[in-house]
Design a protein around this ligand. Structure first.
Ligand code: C5P
Length: 306
């Protein structure tokens, strides 16, 4: 008997940066109402999905940093598709990790989005983008952005109510990324906001945001590729709390600024720090300089809008 080769699919699973992240208030569901600007970047993992005849979900990876069981968001994505669509076959998900784990770069969320979109193709399910986004929002706050498949988008609600932002292809940002070897849990960082809120007067609706920050300011700057002004308006409400509570991150930021970078920002709930540049050359030069001085303090990556 001739065996039928199993069908498989290779996918690139990109990271994101938050160029803007504001927390407006604590929602009744315990999450924070966000206003964020996502940018998809070139740093990416590679996923290979292979159809299995047995009813199994198998995760394989050489990375010591990710779980290979139900804990992995990619596993949960596969389980959700199988359960909701009645898929009897299984899937093997091989993950080649390049995006640092627990970095604020959305690696796990992106892998989950790749699994949703990949299984849709592999099993010919013909699910609409809208349905895939609703599944994404059941898995986590950043997953929908990767399913949307746009370079930039504004996220509201928990982060998954998305409005794509159209920016000319040639308007591309270059970045240095700095990932310090420290564990920062997203829920702990949001917990720091709650502590602040508790300190505020009872009965008063607290707008967590500080005045003067507006996601709408950034959009025309992106479209004009005005990197100088963009740099001045990038904002992350979580950054100050992370700097206060994790000295390794604030010390790294100070050291990076001392090494000559004009400004350094934080992505998501951290701890990854990043800078923005107009050209690859400028970004590479800044990376080389900081890497030379701070090689033992963090991992370094060069990336651009993708
Ligand atoms: O949705 P996700 O699993 O990525 O969120 C991780 C944690 O971050 C949540 O458990 C919650 O504590 C916090 N979070 C929040 N508000 C958001 C997104 C995340 O409080 N909008």
């Amino acid at each position: 008997m001739r065996s039928v080769p199993s069908r498989s699919l290779t996918l690139s699973s990109p990271a994101k940066l938050n160029l803007f992240l504001d927390c407006l208030f604590k929602r009744p569901d315990g999450y924070h109402e966000l206003e964020t600007l996502f940018e998809r970047i070139s740093l990416a993992d590679t996923l290979r999905l292979t159809e299995l005849c047995s009813d199994e979900i198998v995760i394989a990876s050489k990375s010591p940093d990710i779980p290979l069981d139900k804990e992995n968001l990619a596993y949960q994505a596969a389980h959700l598709i199988k359960q909701s669509q009645g898929v009897k076959k299984g899937v093997k998900i091989e993950i080649e990790k390049n995006i640092p784990v627990g970095a604020g770069l959305g690696g796990g969320s992106s892998n989950a989005a790749s699994v949703l979109c990949g299984m849709n193709k592999l099993f010919d399910l013909r699910l609409s983008r809208k349905t895939l986004i609703s599944y994404a929002n059941r898995l986590g706050s950043d997953v929908a952005f990767f399913v949307l498949n746009k370079r930039f988008a504004v996220g509201r609600g928990r982060g998954g109510e998305l409005t794509p932002v159209s920016v000319p292809e040639k308007a591309k940002i270059w970045h240095c990324l700095f990932f310090p070897p420290i564990k920062v849990l997203t829920r702990d960082v949001y917990g720091l906001l709650d502590k602040e809120e508790k300190g505020a007067k009872k009965g008063k609706i607290l707008r967590l945001t500080k005045n003067g920050h507006d996601v709408n300011i950034l959009i025309p700057l992106l479209r004009r590729n005005d990197i100088f002004s963009l740099n001045q308006n990038i904002y992350n409400r979580l950054s100050e709390n992370v700097m206060k509570s994790y000295s390794l991150v604030s010390e790294l930021k100070t050291a990076l600024l001392k090494s000559g970078l004009r400004s350094v920002h934080m992505s998501g709930s951290g701890p990854t720090l990043f800078s923005v540049f107009k050209t690859r050359r400028e970004a590479q030069r800044a990376l080389d300089k900081s890497q030379h001085r701070l090689s033992d303090r963090c991992s370094f990556f060069l990336a651009s809008t993708r």
